[in-house]
Design a protein. Structure first.
Length: 370
C-alpha cells in the first residue's frame, strides 16, 4: 500500500530520464516494424477508400437462417470472384449480413442482386445495394492530411510560445510516433481503414498532446531559476516532474481507455455493433500509444536537447562537483566516527571547513558589557 500511497502523492522516484535510451530503442523497434508493415503489407482500405459495391442482406429467409457461408457461396455462384468474406453485423432482429465486391455497373448490380436472391430464397428488394467511388475516399484523405498539417503547425507555435522550441520538438516527435504506431497496428492486424479511422486521428493526437503539456508545465515549474543554483540538473528536474504527474497521467489514461474499451470489446466484439468498431479501434490504439509517448518520449527528448547547451552543461558540472564533495565528506565522517572521533562540521559558506574543537577546550563565552 505504501507504493500506491507514494504514487498517489507523486513521491515516487522512477528513473524515466536515466533509462531513456532503453525507451528510445523500444520505440525505434516498434516504429521500424510498423513502417515495414505499411510498406510491405499495406492497408485494408474500406469501400469508402478503395471503391466498390456493398450488398446488405437479412439473416433469414422464409424462417430459414442465412449464414455468412451461404452468402459467400451465393456470390461465388453469381460470378463474383473479388468479393470480401461476408460479415454479420449486429445481433438479434437487427442483425444483417454485409459483403463487399469490386465496382459494378448498374446492370451488373441488378443481375447479382436477382441471382443471389433466388439462391437464398429472398426477394430482390430485400438486398440493399450501396455503391461508392474511390474518388470520395481520396478527397477525404487529402482533407484529413491538410487538417493534420495545420494542426501540427498551430500546436508547434503554441508550445514554442508557451514553453520553448525544444518542447515543441519533443511534442511533435511524440505525436509522429503515435501516428506511426496507430497506422502500423492497423496494417499489422488488418483492421479496415474507414472514414471513422480518419476522424479518430485528431482525437488521439489531442489526447496525447494534452498529457504531454501537463508534464511540460511541471518541468517548466521545476526548472525555473535552475541555472542560478547547483541543487539539481535539468535531468533531475524533468524526472521529478514526470514522477509528480505520473498518477495524473495514469488516471487520465484509464478514464479515457475504459469507455473506449467498452465500445470496442463489448459493443463491437460481443454485441456485434459494427458501426462503432472502426472509431473504437483507432481511439483505443491511439490513447494507449499517446499515454506511453507522453511519459517515455516527449520529456526525455527535451532533456537531450536542453542538456547539450553550454549553460546546462556547466550546470551539470557544478551539480556533479557538489555531489562529489558531499560524498567525500560523508565518507570522511564515516571514517572518523568509526575511529571514535567527532565528525567534521559542514562546510561554511566561504568554502572553508569549520575547525574541529581542541580536546578539553571550553566553549567560548560571550562577554557582557558592564
Amino acid at each position: 500500500m505504501s507504493v500506491f500511497r507514494r504514487l498517489y502523492r507523486g513521491e515516487t522516484n522512477i528513473q524515466f530520464i536515466k533509462t531513456r535510451k532503453r525507451w528510445y530503442l523500444a520505440s525505434l523497434i516498434l516504429v521500424v516494424i510498423c513502417i515495414g508493415s505499411m510498406i510491405f503489407r499495406g492497408f485494408n482500405f474500406g469501400i469508402d477508400f478503395a471503391g466498390g459495391t456493398k450488398f446488405q442482406l437479412p439473416t433469414s429467409a422464409n424462417g430459414q437462417a442465412i449464414t455468412t457461408g451461404d452468402v459467400d457461396k451465393a456470390f461465388s455462384e453469381a460470378g463474383i470472384s473479388n468479393a470480401d468474406p461476408a460479415q454479420q453485423v449486429g445481433t438479434g432482429g437487427a442483425a444483417t449480413i454485409t459483403i463487399q465486391t469490386g465496382s459494378l455497373n448498374v446492370g451488373g448490380q441488378q443481375d447479382v442482386q436477382k441471382q443471389v436472391a433466388d439462391d437464398l430464397g429472398l426477394q430482390p428488394d430485400q438486398i440493399s445495394i450501396d455503391s461508392v467511388s474511390s474518388d470520395w475516399g481520396h478527397d477525404v484523405t487529402v482533407k484529413a492530411i491538410e487538417g493534420l498539417l495545420v494542426f501540427l503547425v498551430v500546436v508547434s507555435i503554441y508550445i514554442s510560445i508557451r514553453f520553448q522550441w525544444r518542447m515543441a520538438v519533443g511534442g511533435m516527435v511524440a505525436l509522429l510516433h503515435d501516428l506511426i504506431l496507430a497506422a502500423g497496428i492497423y496494417s499489422l492486424v488488418g483492421f479496415e481503414v474507414t472514414p471513422s479511422t480518419v476522424v479518430g486521428l485528431p482525437t488521439i493526437l489531442g489526447f496525447s498532446l494534452y498529457d504531454t503539456v501537463v508534464v511540460y508545465d511541471k518541468v517548466a515549474e521545476n526548472s525555473k531559476d535552475l541555472l542560478a543554483g547547483s541543487r539539481m540538473t535539468f535531468s533531475d528536474a524533468a524526472n521529478l516532474a514526470v514522477n509528480q504527474t505520473l498518477m495524473r497521467s495514469i488516471n487520465t489514461s484509464l478514464i479515457a481507455l475504459l469507455p473506449v474499451a467498452g465500445l470496442l470489446f463489448v459493443g463491437a466484439g460481443l454485441l456485434g455493433v459494427g458501426t462503432i468498431k472502426d472509431l473504437a479501434l483507432i481511439l483505443f490504439v491511439g490513447l494507449a500509444s499517446g499515454a506511453y509517448s507522453s511519459l517515455f518520449l516527449a520529456t526525455p527528448i527535451v532533456v537531450d536537447l536542453t542538456e547539450h547547451t553550454a549553460e546546462y552543461r556547466a550546470l551539470t558540472k557544478r551539480v556533479v562537483a557538489k555531489r562529489s564533495a558531499e560524498a567525500r565528506r560523508e565518507a570522511e565522517n564515516a571514517e572518523l566516527i568509526a575511529a571514535g572521533l567527532p565528525p567534521r562540521a559542514a562546510t561554511r559558506r566561504t568554502g572553508a571547513p569549520a575547525p574541529a574543537p581542541r580536546p578539553g577546550a571550553r566553549p567560548a563565552r560571550s562577554r557582557r558589557k558592564r
